[in-house]
Design a binder for this molecule. Structure first.
Ligand code: PLP
Length: 364
């Protein structure tokens, strides 16, 4: 039997060895970082060291880094914690972590390539003070928003800009100085699940989501998940945007071969993450494709993985105007350790699946 081919890095990157070692070392520390005795102080030293390393990796100061239990929490903390007295504007293709934290937000349209409509942002900013929430990179298509331009518009209008950098971090350079707040997630960097961070512009205060023992300078109550955070710091340092060329070459080979057989690449014309492609096979539901590939040992997603395991029509592709085809896309996202033959193996499995499904009368 063929070994498994894991191509679902945007759901979770495989654990990096550096992260595993850091988690194991921290697991053996008994102290609570808030305890005053020697064991607590030792845990505190490790915690503050990891805070410094994460902040340094993404160009912020440790005092402005709030450690959380993941990217969803970091986004919710920013969106809810900064929204007081502001209108909230969200991109149409944002992750549910942002959309669910901002019910009633005004939605900013995207172009058909998935990039933000800057004209629409400029028009929406003409009004009372706003909090604008934009993702650096989309989790389904990998499309990168024009963040420098959006940030300049926000600055001019006196708006705050929150950037969900969960998918971009470690894969492309992230301009944290453009944002008032930046959300990060450990397991998307190759760290363990259950760690995240919110990097704030110096001096920016926000109201906490979780209150309690006053940890994180009162911005996030609760004992810090030290092993997961230590793993995240190690993963953040190991993740190198420079490694992108290798993954981009594999991604390009997949796209060329599948497009030649009738697939449509969503967002093909836009700047994108090097590891991600969204392949639409018109007429074939995404769920059918995911299951067929899974049986062949190839792990991919249908758009975003949803907690119920159900596959629906992608709101991201719908916002890009894909219509019925928005239910027929699979997301292939190459992990940091993708094997050299990943493109060949994926294309072989995808082509066999396509031929088989095309022979079925209902799907022909
Ligand atoms: N933001 C984006 C763009 C994501 O892709 C995800 C996860 O898929 C999240 C936020 C949530 O991150 P976490 O899984 O760490 O809660």
């Amino acid at each position: 039997m063929q070994p498994e081919l894991y191509l679902d890095a945007n759901a979770t990157e495989p654990l990096r060895p550096e992260a595993r070692a850091a988690v194991l070392a921290a697991l053996d520390m008994p102290g609570n970082p808030s305890s005053v005795h020697a064991a607590g102080r030792a845990a505190r030293r490790v915690l503050e060291g990891t805070r410094e390393r994460i902040a340094a990796t993404f160009g912020g100061s440790p005092a402005d880094l709030v450690l959380t239990a993941g990217g969803t929490e970091a986004n919710a903390l920013a969106v809810r914690g900064l929204a007081a007295g502001r209108r909230v504007l969200v991109g149409a293709t944002e992750h549910p972590a942002v959309l669910a934290a901002a019910p009633g937000a005004e939605v900013l349209p995207v172009h058909s390539d998935g990039t933000l409509d800057l004209g629409a942002l400029e028009r929406a900013l003409a009004g009372p003070p706003a909090l604008v929430c934009l993702m650096a990179a989309n989790n389904e298509t990998g499309v990168l928003h024009p963040l420098a331009e959006a940030a300049a518009l926000c600055r001019k209008a006196g708006a705050l800009l929150h950037v969900d950098a969960v998918q971009a971090a470690g894969r492309v350079p992230v301009a944290s100085d453009q944002a008032d707040s930046l959300a990060l997630s450990g397991h998307k960097l190759g760290g363990p699940k259950g760690a995240g961070a919110l990097l704030l512009r110096p001096g920016l205060s926000l109201s906490p989501l979780v209150t309690g023992g006053g940890q994180e300078r009162g911005r996030r109550g609760g004992t810090e998940p030290l092993p997961a955070i230590a793993g995240m710091a190690a993963a953040a340092e190991a993740a190198r945007p420079e490694a992108a060329a290798r993954l981009a070459a594999l991604r390009d080979a997949i796209e060329a071969a599948c497009a030649a057989q009738g697939a449509i690449v969503a967002g093909a014309g836009a700047p994108r993450l090097p590891n991600t492609t969204s392949l639409v096979l018109p007429g074939v539901p995404a769920e059918t494709q995911v299951i067929a590939l899974d049986l062949a040992g190839v792990r991919v997603s249908a758009g975003a993985a949803c907690s119920s395991g159900k596959v629906g029509r992608s709101h991201v592709l719908a916002a890009m105007g894909l219509g019925e085809d928005a239910a027929c896309a699979i997301r292939v996202s190459l992990p940091w350790n993708a094997p050299e033959d990943a493109a060949d193996r994926f294309v072989a499995a995808w082509s066999a699946m396509r031929e088989r499904l095309a022979r079925r009368p209902a799907l022909a």
